[in-house]
Design a protein. Structure first.
Length: 364
């Protein structure tokens, strides 16, 4: 039997390179709390992402949570149920109520359906750039402006994505990125918040550090600081990001060549004016025309040592804490969650393995 293939596989910098990067920590003995490596990485990643302001966090989830708290949001936030649990959890943990909006065929929030969901309690719109597919940021930013709402993006999947030559995290009031080990770019665990309003820097810093400001306890904050070892991993991985993206592009292309004419399988389409990051390779399986259900396909791949994942099943609106039947209000998202399958996708996946995965997948 061939080697097992998982849905993701973290890229590692050369061992010596990482050791070299962390060496100085044995001299400074500053392990965390905004050390010199943290600050160097912050500048480097801000430049790469082409954003105005950026603050680092211990992970993406707490970055998003702190961003919502820093914006002092309350009431309702219009968002998508077709995402990782983190997005919805952050909204609820920040004391707000998620209001679920359906998605478009590209899996992102349907901007045409947002305005109908706005009430006097609405304070923000939180879109997710799912699989690196971007939301209609121009339209969403305009709706937010028109109704006096905040535009927030979960850009956890969108590291390096550009729209019309602009860093995608530069859109909206605030964007969060995740640097988790399974993402296109990682700091082991990690994340950041990108923003425009300079006053948010102080709020984010308070949220991230227990609400402590010198000798004053300003608010009830959490602990979400990125440490020096994480930042060192980030500095190393940022040196190799162009290679990472090029390798991913080749894997992505190979999948598309194999699958583009398969009946009953829908693959990702290019988006206009978007520079992709090849973060994921989702397919949508139509059980009627393909002849096999998504769940049977998972089993078949698994028997061959290939572990594809149901991102995103269930919808985040299907949390047991919410009333039953909530997911029926977003029928497109609901159907996608029953049909979607993310195939193994990482920089060092062999093209011969991509061919083998597709062969097994298409074998009737
Ligand atoms: C990974 C992910 C997060 C959370 O990021 P962590 O860094 O793992 O905390 C949030 N939203 C989405 C859509 C994600 O995929």
């Amino acid at each position: 039997m061939s080697e097992q293939i998982f849905v993701t596989h973290s890229s590692m910098p050369p061992y010596e390179e990482y050791c070299n990067e962390i060496k100085s920590i044995w001299e400074t003995v500053q392990l965390t709390n905004g050390g010199p490596i943290h600050n160097r990485f912050k500048d480097a990643v801000r430049e790469y992402l082409k954003v105005q302001h950026l603050e680092l966090f211990v992970n993406g989830h707490l970055a998003l949570y702190c961003a919502l708290k820093a914006l002092k949001l309350s009431g309702e936030i219009i968002t998508t149920p077709f995402t990782f649990a983190s997005t919805t959890n952050a909204i609820v943990q920040a004391g707000c109520t998620p209001v679920f909006c359906d998605v478009k065929p590209d899996y992102t929030i349907d901007e045409e359906k947002i305005e109908a969901l706005i009430t006097e309690k609405t304070t923000a719109i939180l879109g997710v750039h799912v699989y690196g597919n971007i939301c209609n940021v121009e339209k969403i930013d305009a709706i937010a402006k028109k109704h006096g709402l905040r535009a927030i993006y979960d850009a956890a999947h969108a590291f390096g994505v550009q729209y019309k030559g602009r860093g995608i995290a530069d859109f909206g009031d605030v964007s969060m990125l995740s640097f988790h080990a399974t993402k296109v770019f990682h700091t082991i665990e990690g994340g950041c918040v990108c923003f425009h309003d300079e006053a948010l820097k102080k709020e984010l810093t308070l949220q991230r550090n227990f609400g402590v400001d010198g000798e004053t306890l300003q608010i009830f904050g959490t602990n979400a600081k990125m440490n020096e070892f994480q930042a060192a991993m980030g500095i190393c991985n940022l040196r190799h990001i162009d290679d990472e993206l090029a390798l991913r592009a080749a894997v992505f292309k190979r999948y598309s060549e194999n699958l583009q004419s398969a009946k009953g399988i829908k693959i990702l389409k290019d988006q206009e004016n978007v520079k992709r990051n090849f973060a994921y390779y989702p397919i949508l399986v139509d059980p009627e025309s393909f002849g096999v259900t998504r769940d049977d396909l998972i089993q078949k791949l698994q028997k061959n040592g290939i572990y594809a994942r149901k991102y995103f099943y269930p919808l985040t609106s299907e949390n047991k804490a919410f009333p039953n039947g909530l997911a029926e209000k977003t029928p497109v998202a609901k159907q996608d969650s029953e049909r979607v399958l993310c195939l193994p996708m990482y920089a060092h996946l062999k093209l011969s393995d991509v061919d083998r995965i597709c062969r097994i997948l298409l074998q009737k």
